[in-house]
Every structure is written in structure tokens, then in C-alpha cells.
Write a protein that binds this ligand. Structure first.
Ligand code: WT7
Length: 663
């Protein structure tokens, strides 16, 4: 398998990748696309950069406002306020506005559950129209109010991929409560940390979720977390998997009881443009997840317009973004962006390989899905399972493919284009982050020629650059730091409870720029090639994990004295996790202990954080000042093969000493 674009731990490295295949937009696709040619892209881009406020105001005016804004942008670096003075409601834009435009009977959500019925390999299917979705949201919103939830309250959502998760998010938006969605794959620790950081008094969850044939005990995980805090007053529980759970009298209430007798009319709360729409936690380079804050108007404007242009959304599309709502991709491109466009969204509850690797293709064939947006890690897993599987299905309904989450290696890109897209579908490789809220760099499928492995060019109104530490733009093909020069509507508004970290992390590394944490280069066509993270963040299967978080989980185990976690190459996940561990006196390295530590991290953080490799060491290599030499460990992990008996101790100090002599 060819390697992913070079990862670098510091700026100033030349990329090793040389990719010269070019795929212009298919003519028939371009003809009916929203943006039809490169000239059109260039013209609009130029205008949007010369006069960004006029550009964004034009987009914002396509939405429904309760009160118009008086100022497009107030920019006191690094604090942006967009559409000040305006009032709007995001749920009203996603529901009432769509119904007013004649989409009341249009299907908003097609959902398929994971468990398959015995006769055919299909799960339970539910279809929900915009009118039905609006009814469900209004009833639940009134129910939330009846439970005491008010505008500005923070509501934690920990749910499986079911339509009610969308209902819960929109109901919060409707009454002006701020949601904080926690990925259903996270363990109880993550719930506790996030509930406490957000000072959230309300949790919405389900009895369980279906995942790869078993039930994820969501309610039990919530119970476990809430043993450690008395903050939470109410837990609303959706009955979904039907497994037995504990209901605590006075605190826990069934979803069905919350909506019982509630009216389907709940006037949308007029929200200020800059009011918080949601908080979403993401990993950074320290052990503590950051609560990224997103605003109401800016987030809606950004996700609305990028969904329309990047996915070239048309009225009869059946659009499927495979992300979980627990990630930003789920917020922006399962819920808010598509619904603000009146799209029909496909949603699937479970795992891509349940009951086998044909599940995605079977659903695309049966539902006639037209747009598929998924992650490179999934594509690599399908690749490995073999093309005979997708080849068995009729995928001719597909017209556009997308990827997100990490750099896609050209081999996987080509496989996606040929095997899934039959050479017919353009691929949009979309670069963005939890912090950017919306897609920043991506091809527009009718306008920009693609090359395998590059996210190509910036979206309208976005001004990225590749620079050195001093902010100087680097020449073509020179690797450096990816920054964004100007504010944009869907940018983060800060980190909850940590204003200093917002400034330090994003606005201090490079002068007068937003620093992304990614390395990149631009090629001769000005295309951006992403080269991975330059900080202590590992991107595993498209999910960001802080090395420090995993290290603190390891150190919390009573056998572990010290731990250092670094990325290592992984065939399916792109990047895997290697953990170097020193043990407490009297503890002996063993294969059993390795397994125990791997599972321990899984319990502490969640299965996605499980190390792929544990390496016991007598001591960790340190600089004279006591800093762990991560670069050395990274190289060690990168070289791959563990030599000799894998449970033997590695004398890394010797290596460190050798290295110090070299330098
Ligand atoms: C980081 C953001 C935003 C959606 C999912 C991840 C990496 C994301 C790409 C891409 C190369 C990518 C970057 C970025 N990344 N998309 N198309 N090509 N790298 O969100 O957890 O906030 O992670 O994912 O390193 O900084 P996230």
C-alpha cells in the first residue's frame, strides 16, 4: 500500500508525494452543477476575497431572519462577531422555512437501523417528512421546557444514530438551549468530564444503541458517570434497543413521557446571531478536551452554503454523510447544513461491516443514494475487504463522492473513484476542522479538476495560506504551516471556560493568522496538499485524539509509572497509536498486561483510543531538562517492526544518549 502524504513534526519539510493524475469535472455533471466552470469559481472566489462582507451577507440573506442584522462583521482579532443585531432561529430555518418553501411532504430523513431481518439483509427503515420532523421537534421542545429547560441552558446529548438524536438537537436549537453532543462510542469518563466542564444539568440519552450486532449500554454509561457528580437534574431516556436499564426515580424520565400531551406548536426562540448554538468537545495537545463554541448565525451560514456548493445539492438528491452526530461532521453535514437546504438525508445506525462489508453498498442500492460522504479509513477498510463485495451491487444511483477526516492516500482515492464511483462520480476531498465549523478547502465538483490526494482550492470567502513560523508565505511545493488569514462566519467563537487557550492555541503560533495545527504545501496549480498534524494530536481513523489524554489514561493504571504516546503508520486507520510505557517497581511486562492496558484505555476513553501497540521500556528517553523526546519515539514507532521478543524492555535511554551525541 502506498504511503499517505508525508507527516511531519515540524514545518519546513518537502513533501515526498508526486501525484500528476488530473480529473476534470465530468461534462454532464458540470452542466447541471450550481458552479459550472473553473472560470465561474475563480470569478466568485475573487469577489468573495476582495469583499468578504458583501459575499457573506449575500449568502446570509438567503436564510430566514426574525430581525435583520445591522453589521456584517465586527473583527477585533481574534474575536469575530458576525451579523450583529440580527435575530434568527436555526430550527426554524431547518424546518418551518422548508415547509413554507413547499417541502412539507418531502422526506427529510430516511433512516435504517443496524439489526437485519432474517429474510433479507435489510434493517428497519423509517422515513420522516419535513412536516413530521417539525411536529416531533416542536413536541419535544415543549417537553424540554416542561422539564425546566430554558434558553441558555446546556443540554448534553449522548445518543445512538437514530432520528431522535436529530430531533433532540433541533429541539434545543428551537428553544435556545445549547447542546453538547457526546459521541456514543465514548466511555462514562468522557461523559463526566464534559457534563462538568459544560455545567450541564440535563442529559438526553437512550437505553442503548446497536453497534456491530451488540448493544452499546448508553444509559448504563450515563449512570456510571453520574455517580461522580450531582450536577445533573434530569435524564431523558429514549426507548430504542429495549434492554433492561435502571431508571432513577425523580431524575430519569422516558422520552415518551416527556412528549406525552405536548403541543406540536412551539414558537422558535428569537436568538441573537452570536448566541451559542452548541459546544462540541475535541482533543487538543493537552490532556483536557476543549469545548469548542459555535455561534448561531455564522455556523448556519457556513454549513448552509458549503453543503449546497460542495455537494452540489439538488432537490431530488438522497444525501448520505456517514459520520456520527457526535462529531462535527455529523453536526454540520448530517444535521444543520443539509436540513437548511431542504435535503433528504440518509442516516444509518450501525457499523459499516454489519452483517458484512456489503452493508453500505446494499443500502446505496436499495435506497438509491446519490451522494456519499465518508472517511478515508472506511474506504481503506472496504478496499482491503475486496472489490468483489461492492461489485455485487448496483451503485449507479451515486453521482458524487466525498471524503473527510484525514489525508486520503492516492491509492484509496483511485479505488473510491473507480470501484465505487465507476469513474463517473467526482470526488470532493474536503479539508476542515471542528474549529472551522464548515468545509474550508475542497473541490467544487462541477468546477475544479481533482487530483488524488489533494483537497484542492479554498471555498468562497476563505483565505488559507502555507507559511513559516513568522507568517511568511512559502514558495510552491515547500511544506509549512497551514493558516487562515481572515475570519469566516462559521469559525469557532472560543473554548468554553478557557479564553487564554483560545488565543494561545489558534492565534499566537503565527502572527495575525488562525493556525490550524496542520502542515501543508501548495503545488504548481495552487492546490493544497495536507500533510497531517504538526502538534501533539493524533488523527486516528479521522478522529482526533490528544496524546496527553491517552497518556493520562495509561498512567491512571496502577501498573504504569510513565507513558508516552505517539502516532505510527496503520494500514486501515491511516495512523495508529503506539504507547511507550514504563512500569511501577515490581510489575513485570507481559502479553497479558499489554492486553489489559489496551482494554483499560478503551474503558477510560473509548474503543477508538485503544493503542495498537504497547511497548514496555525501562525508561523513556528524555532531554536534559526532562522532556520526553517524542520525536525519537515517533521515529521508532514509524520504523514499524518491533525487534525481537516484543515483551522485552527497550532501553530507550541508550538510544536517547546516542541521539544526543549525533545532534
Ligand atoms: C483535522 C480536524 C472536519 C471533519 C472531521 C475531522 C484532518 C480533516 C482532512 C482532509 C487532510 C484532513 C486535519 C484537521 N483533516 N479533513 N480532507 N485532508 N486532513 O475533524 O476532529 O476537528 O479534525 O482532521 O488534520 O486538522 P477534527
Amino acid at each position: 500500500m502506498s504511503s499517505v502524504p508525508a507527516t511531519t513534526s515540524h514545518a519546513g519539510i518537502d513533501s515526498v508525494l508526486n501525484e500528476d493524475r488530473v480529473f476534470p469535472p465530468p461534462e454532464t455533471f458540470a452542466k447541471s452543477a450550481h458552479i459550472k466552470s473553473f472560470d465561474e469559481y475563480k470569478r466568485i472566489y475573487q469577489q468573495s476575497i476582495e469583499n468578504p462582507e458583501q459575499f457573506w451577507a449575500g449568502i446570509a440573506s438567503e436564510l430566514k431572519w426574525i430581525k435583520p442584522w445591522s453589521k456584517v462583521l465586527e473583527w477585533n482579532p481574534p474575536y469575530a462577531r458576525w451579523f450583529e443585531g440580527g435575530q434568527l432561529n436555526v430550527a426554524e430555518n431547518c424546518l418551518d422555512r422548508q415547509i413554507a418553501l413547499g417541502r412539507g411532504d418531502k422526506v427529510a430523513i430516511v433512516w435504517e437501523g443496524e439489526p437485519v431481518k432474517s429474510d433479507l439483509s435489510a434493517g428497519e427503515v423509517r422515513k420522516i417528512t419535513y412536516s413530521q420532523l417539525a411536529d416531533a421537534v416542536n413536541r419535544f421542545a415543549n417537553g424540554l421546557k416542561a422539564q425546566g429547560i430554558r434558553r441558555g441552558d446546556r443540554v448534553t446529548i449522548y445518543m445512538p444514530m437514530v432520528p431522535e438524536a436529530v430531533v433532540a438537537m433541533l429541539a434545543c436549537a428551537r428553544i435556545g438551549a445549547t447542546h453538547s453532543v457526546i459521541f456514543g462510542g465514548f466511555a462514562s469518563h468522557a461523559i463526566l468530564d464534559r457534563v462538568e466542564d459544560a455545567r450541564s444539568h440535563y442529559v438526553i440519552t437512550a437505553d442503548g444503541g446497536n453497534r456491530r450486532g451488540s448493544i452499546v449500554p448508553l444509559k448504563a454509561n450515563v449512570d456510571e458517570a453520574l455517580k461522580q457528580t450531582s450536577l445533573v437534574k434530569k435524564v431523558i431516556v429514549l426507548k430504542h434497543t429495549g434492554n433492561e436499564i435502571n431508571m432513577e426515580a425523580g431524575r430519569d424520565i422516558w422520552w415518551s413521557d416527556v412528549i406525552a400531551g405536548q403541543s406540536a406548536d412551539c414558537p422558535p426562540e428569537p436568538m441573537e446571531s452570536e448566541d451559542l448554538l452548541f459546544i462540541l468537545y475535541t482533543s487538543g495537545s493537552t490532556g483536557k478536551p476543549k469545548g469548542i463554541m459555535h455561534s448561531t448565525a455564522g455556523f448556519l451560514v457556513g454549513t448552509y452554503i458549503t453543503t449546497k456548493y460542495v455537494f452540489d445539492l439538488h432537490e431530488d438528491d438522497l444525501y448520505w454523510c456517514t459520520a456520527d452526530i457526535g462529531w462535527i461532521t455529523g453536526h454540520s453535514y448530517v444535521v444543520y447544513g443539509p436540513l437548511a437546504n431542504g435535503a433528504t438525508v440518509f442516516m444509518y445506525e450501525g457499523a459499516p461491516n454489519f452483517p458484512d462489508f456489503g452493508r453500505f453498498w446494499s443500502m446505496i442500492q436499495r435506497h438509491k443514494i446519490t451522494i456519499l460522504y465518508t472517511a478515508p479509513t472506511a474506504i481503506r477498510a472496504f478496499m482491503r475487504a475486496g472489490r468483489e463485495i461492492p461489485d455485487k451491487y448496483d451503485l449507479s444511483s451515486l453521482r458524487l463522492l466525498g471524503t473527510v477526516g484525514e489525508p486520503i492516500n492516492p491509492e484509496a482515492w483511485m479505488w473510491y473513484q473507480q470501484v465505487i464511483g465507476d469513474g463517473r462520480c467526482p470526488i470532493v476531498d474536503t479539508w476542515w476542522q471542528t474549529e472551522t465549523g464548515a468545509i474550508m478547502i475542497s473541490p467544487l465538483p462541477g468546477a475544479i479538476a481533482t487530483k488524488p490526494g489533494t483537497a484542492t482550492l479554498p471555498f468562497f470567502g476563505i483565505e488559507p495560506a502555507v507559511v513559516d513560523r513568522d507568517g511568511n508565505e512559502l514558495p510552491t511545493n515547500k511544506g509549512g504551516l497551514l493558516v487562515v488569514r481572515k475570519p469566516w462566519p462559521s469559525m469557532l467563537r472560543g473554548i468554553l471556560n478557557d479564553p487564554d487557550r483560545y488565543v494561545r492555541q489558534y492565534w499566537s503560533e503565527v502572527k495575525d493568522c488562525y493556525f490550524t495545527g496542520d502542515g501543508a504545501r501548495r503545488d504548481n496549480d495552487g492546490y493544497f496538499w495536507l500533510m497531517g498534524r504538526v502538534d501533539d494530536v493524533i488523527n486516528v481513523a479521522g478522529h482526533r485524539l490528544g496524546t496527553a489524554e491517552i497518556e493520562s489514561a495509561l498512567v491512571a493504571h496502577d501498573a504504569v509509572a510513565e507513558a508516552a504516546v505517539v502516532p505510527m503508520p496503520h494500514e486501515i486507520k491511516g495512523t495508529g497509536i503506539a504507547a511507550f510505557v514504563t512500569l511501577e517497581a515490581g510489575r513485570k511486562p507481559s502479553e497479558e498486561l499489554k492486553k489489559e492496558l489496551i482494554n483499560w484505555v478503551g474503558q477510560q476513553i473509548g474503543p477508538i483510543a485503544k493503542p495498537d501497540q504497547i511497548r514496555f521500556a525501562e525508561a523513556l528517553p528524555k532531554t536534559r531538562s526532562g522532556k520526553i523526546m517524542r520525536r525519537l519515539l515517533k521515529e521508532l514507532a514509524h520504523d514499524g517492526e518491533v525487534r525481537g521478543d516484543i515483551t522485552t524492555l527497550e532501553d530507550l535511554n541508550v538510544l536517547a544518549k546516542l541521539r544526543q551525541q549525533e545532534e
